[in-house]
Every structure is written in structure tokens, then in C-alpha cells.
Design a binder for this molecule. Structure first.
Ligand SMILES: NC(=O)c1ccc[n+]([C@@H]2O[C@H](COP(=O)([O-])OP(=O)(O)OC[C@H]3O[C@@H](n4cnc5c(N)ncnc54)[C@H](O)[C@@H]3O)[C@@H](O)[C@H]2O)c1
Length: 403
């Protein structure tokens, strides 16, 4: 019995070991082939599409890696760069902070302009390193972030993940690159926090943030200082003031109000202490794009290479605003006029969730150094947004239901 059983075991083991042998031989063969003939086709295809997207129209044009490319500002900046002949590659993790379908639609728009958006997280160091190895980017336009002031009370860790760890990850990859790219990145007007001196100047205090979002942007400015100091990275921070326009962000008041007014829903109009008005220095997206391109074009080269500093490098911070704050009441009345619908307003005291009463930019520095001159008045800009909004959400009934 035992002998029979043993012979059965031998019989079943024998074919198994043959299979194993065959498997390992095939593995070895494919490794040898891979070594001899280069990367597997999928990697080669990926590298080729990255290179193609990054190829500039002329040798003088820039080659820019845009993080947060499927975002509102990232999409507009990427298209503007591509249009004037720069090579552009985007990266975005398509997170679900707001409707992912809008990010996909922006990414499709970018694809039609010849811009590839790689689906990945900026915290993925090996992905960033691969991108910077495949293409010697002259610039990185870093726009990926967890935006929004109020959401920081719901999901604080997402701000640490994208705005602190993510920024460090981008700077680490850039510092190791050879040559190091120059970096332009989005800070925020929110760094002015409880500062009450208006208009906000770059010389004003920024050590009293009113939200975790603002605190992460302020931390970003300090982190930028240290990477500039230690590694010779050229870094320009841009403090955007309430950017609005087509393809905008659904979490922002002008977008939410449009949606609610059209749906006949109530619109919460916040007022400050003692009934004072709440106002924002609304800045049209095309003006912000011009500021971003001005910052990229005037950025000096980083001085380091492969993680070593070879001399002092440029470190700059600029306000990009419109210099004319718009009260929330005017936002609502302009929307009523453009949409031809009366809003159901509900006036409420502004909750203490991180928002500030007023933002107002002094843009003298950006005007002088970047040639930044905003030209779009609020009503013109808002009508362009409303036009886009009604077209975008009427073109598909299912889209309207997801808003
Ligand atoms: N829009 C404004 O009014 C405004 C004002 C001040 C500052 N900013 C800053 O400007 C930048 C762009 O803002 P926006 O309005 O286009 O926001 P957005 O949310 O539309 O764009 C940010 C993009 O970054 C992506 N992203 C987030 N975390 C990521 C990660 N870890 N890895 C990869 N991708 C990630 C998101 O998916 C999104 O598509 C942000 O840094 C924001 O903080 C915007």
C-alpha cells in the first residue's frame, strides 16, 4: 500500500517539477531578451508618448511638466503653453474631491491639444523620477494641490498629503534631476490670513493663517525657501487670488451659486461682523495664465545639479490678483442678470471655518517683474463662465445630474 502511495506521489511530482523547470527557463529567456532588446513594449510606448507630448515646436521653447494638469488652472496653463509651442506633459491623480468627470473632460480637451496627462500621484517618487529621466524638463509648473478652505475641516490629511508631502516629493525629484528644472508653483492669497491691511502686499505678514489650507500653502513657501537655499533650485511662488472662469472648480462660490440659482435652490450669502460685506478679488483665468507664463519666462535657471548646489538661485513670491474686490452681493446680482433668473438669497453670518472677510491684491511686483496686467473685468469674465457652464452642462443630460 505504502509503495503504491509513494509511486503515486512520485508520478504526480514529476510533471510538476517539469512545469517548474519550463516556467523558470521561460522567465530566464524573457529576462535575457529584455536585457538584449530593451524595455518591454508597454514601457517603450509610454516613454514615447511622454516624449512626444514634451517635444517643443522650436529649440528655444520651454519643456514643462505641469502637475495638477487636469485641474482648473492646470488645464488652462497647459493649453496656453502648448499653443505657443512649448512641450508639455501633465500629471494628475484625478482624485474625487470634486466630480471626476469634469477632470476627465479637461484631460480629453488636453489630449485634443496634444498634451498627455499621466494618471499618477505626485507622491509617487519613482513615477516623478521616471518622467524627469525620460524628458529633461526645463521647467516644472506645480499646480497639484488639495484646494478649498472649508474641506480642510472634513479631510485635513488630504492637505498634508498633497500640499506638504506632495510638494516635498516634487522638490526632491527636481533637486535630483540633472539639469534641475526651474520651478513655478501655486501658493495662495490665503497665506495673508488674518492680515487686515489692504491691499495685500508681498511684504505683509503671512504668519497668521486662518485655515489649514492656508497653513499648508504658507508651509510650502518655507519649504521652497529651504530647497532653494540648500540645493540651488530656482523657485517662484504665485499667490493666486480667487481664480474663476470656464472649466472652473465646482466647489467655488461662483460655480455653486450658478448651479443653485439655475436649480431654484437657495443661495447662502455670507456677511461679515456687523453686517459688513464679504468680498473677493476675483481674477479671471486668462489673466492668471498670463501671470503663470510670465513667471515661467522670467525664471532663472536652477544652479544645482544632481542634488548639489553650485551657487545662489532665484527665489520669488508674487501676488496674482485683479486689484478690485467684488462683494458677494455683486456676485449674486451679476449672476441673476446673466442667467436671467432671480436668486433665492439667504443672508447668513459668515461661519468661522477658515474663510476671511476680504481679499485684495497689490500687484505692483508682478507688474514690474513679470509684465502681469490683468485685463478682464468681473462682468465680462463671469459671462464667459456662464456661457461655458450652460453649454457644458446642457450638452449631456447625465452630466447635469452629476453636478
Ligand atoms: N482656483 C483658485 O482660486 C486658487 C486660488 C489660490 C490658489 N490656488 C492654487 O492653484 C492650484 C490649482 O488650483 P485649481 O483651482 O486648478 O484646483 P484643482 O483642484 O482644479 O486642481 C488641482 C489638481 O491637482 C490634482 N491633485 C491633487 N492632489 C494631487 C496629488 N497628490 N497628485 C497628483 N495630482 C493631484 C487634482 O486632481 C486636481 O486636478 C492649487 O495649488 C491651488 O491650491 C487656486
Amino acid at each position: 500500500m505504502v509503495d503504491k502511495a509513494m509511486s503515486n506521489i512520485h508520478r504526480t511530482r514529476f510533471p510538476l517539477s517539469i512545469t517548474k523547470l519550463l516556467f523558470f527557463t521561460l522567465m530566464l529567456l524573457s529576462l535575457i531578451l529584455l536585457f538584449l532588446f530593451g524595455s518591454p513594449p508597454s514601457t517603450a510606448a509610454w516613454e514615447s508618448s511622454v516624449r512626444q507630448s514634451a517635444t517643443p515646436a522650436s529649440s528655444k521653447a520651454l519643456t514643462v511638466l505641469v502637475t495638477g494638469a487636469a485641474g482648473f488652472v492646470g488645464t488652462h496653463v497647459s493649453i496656453a503653453l502648448k499653443r505657443r509651442g512649448d512641450g508639455v506633459v501633465g500629471i494628475d491623480n484625478f482624485n474625487s474631491y470634486y466630480e471626476a468627470s469634469l477632470k476627465r473632460a479637461r484631460s480629453d480637451l488636453l489630449a485634443r491639444h496634444g498634451v498627455l496627462v499621466v494618471n499618477g500621484d505626485i507622491n509617487d517618487a519613482s513615477l516623478l523620477n521616471s518622467l524627469l529621466e525620460v524628458v529633461k524638463f526645463s521647467h516644472v509648473m506645480h499646480l497639484a494641490a488639495q484646494a478649498g478652505v472649508r474641506y480642510a475641516m472634513i479631510n485635513p490629511k488630504s492637505y498634508v498629503h498633497s500640499n506638504i508631502a506632495g510638494l516635498v516629493s516634487v522638490l526632491e525629484a527636481c533637486k535630483n534631476a540633472n539639469p534641475q528644472p526651474a520651478i513655478v508653483w501655486a501658493s495662495s492669497s490665503s497665506v495673508y490670513g488674518l492680515n487686515s491691511k489692504v491691499p495685500f502686499s508681498e511684504k505683509d505678514r503671512t504668519d497668521r493663517p486662518a485655515s489649514l489650507y492656508a497653513a499648508t500653502k504658507k508651509a510650502g513657501e518655507e519649504i521652497a525657501h529651504s530647497y532653494n537655499h540648500i540645493y540651488g533650485l530656482s523657485i517662484t511662488g504665485l499667490r493666486f487670488f480667487t481664480v474663476y472662469g470656464p472649466w472652473g472648480r465646482p466647489d467655488m462660490a461662483y460655480f455653486l451659486f450658478t448651479k443653485n440659482i439655475l436649480k431654484g435652490k437657495q443661495v447662502a450669502v455670507f456677511e461679515g461682523p456687523n453686517g459688513g460685506s464679504v468680498a473677493r478679488d476675483f481674477t479671471y483665468i486668462d489673466d492668471i495664465v498670463k501671470g503663470c507664463l510670465g513667471a515661467l519666462d522670467t525664471a532663472s535657471k536652477s544652479t544645482g545639479s544632481g542634488g548639489k548646489k553650485n551657487g545662489p538661485a532665484q527665489l520669488r513670491v508674487y501676488n496674482l490678483g485683479n486689484t478690485s474686490p467684488v462683494p458677494v452681493s455683486k456676485l449674486v446680482s451679476t449672476l441673476e442678470k446673466l442667467l436671467k433668473v432671480n436668486a433665492k438669497k439667504k443672508v447668513l453670518a459668515m461661519p468661522s471655518n477658515g474663510d476671511v472677510i476680504l481679499t485684495h491684491a497689490n500687484i505692483t511686483l508682478a507688474r514690474n517683474d513679470l509684465g502681469y496686467r490683468p485685463t478682464t473685468d468681473f462682468e465680462t469674465g463671469l459671462s464667459k463662465f456662464v456661457h461655458w457652464y450652460t453649454q457644458y452642462y446642457s450638452s449631456s443630460a447625465s452630466r447635469a445630474n452629476t453636478v
